[in-house]
Write a protein that binds this ligand. Structure first.
Ligand code: NDP
Length: 329
C-alpha cells in the first residue's frame, strides 16, 4: 500500500526534501503500525533533513522524531488497534522512518499511551521539547529543590524546551528568570510565567570570574557553552543545573571546577531519547495533569509537510519562537 511522506534525498548539491509516495513495505519490520495524525518540528529534524550524519546516515529518508496517532496493526504487544499513542525519541526519524510519513512502524516499547486529557495536537505542541522540559524539572525536583529556595534560571527560554520549562516551573510555584536573545519576546515570557527576564548578553557579564554572586536556586539550560558556564558560576551553594541542550554551543571551554568544589553545585545531564519508556509515560501523564503547561499560551505555528523545507532553514538559524506542529492526517 502506498502512502504520503516527506522524503529527504541526497542530490548533487546537497539534500532536498519533498512530499512523495512511499510503500508500507519501505517501513522497517516492527510490532506496531501507527497511522500518524500530527508530528512536530525539532532542531534535530532539521539536522536530519540537511544530511547531518550524526543524526541520519542513509537517504532517502523520512525525518520526524515525534509522532502521535492511532494504532492500526498491533502485533503481540500491549497495544490494540484503535489505541491513541505517542512516539518520541529512540531511533524514530533518525535512521527509522519518522513522523513526517502517514505511517510509522515501531517496536511497542517505543510507544506511550496518549493521556486521556491531552489532544493529539497538544501532544505534539509539547513533543520531545515538552518531554525534555518535564525531565529537566523532574531532575531538579529530585534534588529536593523547593520554590522557597529562590529564583530558577531558564536559558533559551523562547525555544520549545525553554518555553515549556518556564510554564511548568511557574505552575509549580517557582520564581522563574527567563534568558532570551529576543527583545520582542519579553511580554510573552512574562505571560508564560517568567517573573523576570535576562538578556542573553547580560547573563554572560563577569564570565571571566571564578564564581559569580550566588543567585540561582536551580537552572534549566537549553543553550550549553558560556550560558551554562555562567549559570554554574551563579548557582547557590549545593544547588543544581539540568543540562539538556546545545543551542549555543556543545563546548564548556570557559568552565572551571570552582563552582563544584567551592559551592558543591551539581550538573545534571538530561536525555529524553533513550530513557525507558515507563519514565516517558510518567512524564506524559504529568504533562497532561499536575504539571500541565498553559498550552494556550505556548506559541505554535501549524504547518503542512509541504511547508517543512522552509522551516528546516528557519530553525537551524535559531529563528523559531515556541513550537511548530506538523499536520499529517
Ligand atoms: P529551539 O530551537 O526551539 O530553541 C532553542 C533556543 O535557544 C532558541 O529559541 C534561542 O532562545 C536559544 N538560542 C538559539 N541559538 C542560540 C545561540 N547561538 N546562543 C544562545 N542561545 C541560543 O530548540 P529546543 O527548545 O527544541 O531545544 C533546545 C536544545 O535542547 C537544543 O539544543 C536541542 O537540540 C536540545 N534538545 C535536547 C534533548 C535531550 O534529550 N537532551 C531533547 C530536545 C532538545 P532565545 O532566543 O530565547 O535565547
Amino acid at each position: 500500500m502506498g502512502f504520503k511522506a516527506l522524503i529527504t534525498e541526497k542530490t548533487d548539491d546537497g539534500y532536498r526534501s519533498h512530499v512523495g509516495e512511499r510503500e508500507l513495505t519501505d517501513l522497517p519490520e516492527g510490532e506496531v503500525l501507527v497511522r500518524v495524525a500530527w508530528s512536530s518540528l525539532n532542531f534535530k529534524d532539521a539536522l536530519s533533513a540537511s544530511g547531518n550524519k550524526g543524526v541520519t546516515r542513509s537517504f532517502p529518508h523520512t525525518p520526524g522524531i515525534d509522532a502521535v496517532g492511532v494504532v492500526e496493526e498491533a502485533g503481540a504487544g500491549p497495544f490494540s488497534p484503535g489505541d491513541a499513542v505517542i512516539c518520541t525519541g529512540y531511533d524514530l526519524g533518525m535512521n527509522t522512518a519518522g513522523g513526517y510519513g502517514d505511517y510509522i512502524r515501531v517496536p511497542a516499547e517505543w510507544l506511550a499511551p496518549l493521556p486521556a486529557d491531552l489532544s493529539p495536537r497538544d501532544a505534539m505542541l509539547l513533543g520531545t521539547a515538552g518531554l525534555t522540559a518535564a525531565l529537566c524539572v523532574e531532575a531538579l525536583l529530585d534534588t529536593g529543590l523547593q520554590p522557597e529556595q529562590g529564583e530558577v534560571l531558564v536559558t533559551g527560554a523562547t525555544g520549545g524546551v525553554g518555553s515549556t520549562a518556564v510554564s511548568i516551573l511557574s505552575r509549580l510555584g517557582f520564581t522563574v528568570v527567563a534568558v532570551t536573545g529576543k527583545a520582542d519576546a519579553h511580554d510573552w515570557l512574562r505571560e508564560l510565567g517568567a517573573a523576570d527576564i535576562l538578556d542573553r548578553d547580560a547573563l554572560l557579564e563577569g564570565l571571566d570570574k571564578p564564581l559569580l554572586k550566588p543567585r540561582w536556586a536551580g537552572v534549566v539550560d537549553c543553550v550549553g557553552g558560556d550560558a551554562l558556564v555562567s549559570a554554574l558560576k551563579g548557582l547557590k551553594y549545593g544547588c543544581s543545573a539540568a543540562c539538556c541542550g546545545l543551542a549555543g554551543s556543545p563546548k564548556l571551554e570557559n568552565a572551571t571546577v570552582f563552582p563544584f568544589i567551592l559551592r558543591g553545585v551539581n550538573l545534571l545531564g538530561v536525555d529524553s531519547v533513550e530513557l525507558p519508556c515507563e519514565v516517558k509515560q510518567q512524564m506524559w501523564q504529568l504533562l497532561a495533569s499536575d504539571w500541565r503547561p498553559e498550552l494556550a499560551k505556548l506559541e505554535a505555528a501549524e504547518v503542512t509537510r509541504d511547508q517543512l523545507p522552509d522551516w528546516f532553514g528557519r530553525i537551524l538559524k535559531g529563528g523559531v519562537r515556541g513550537r511548530v506542529v506538523v499536520k499529517v492526517a
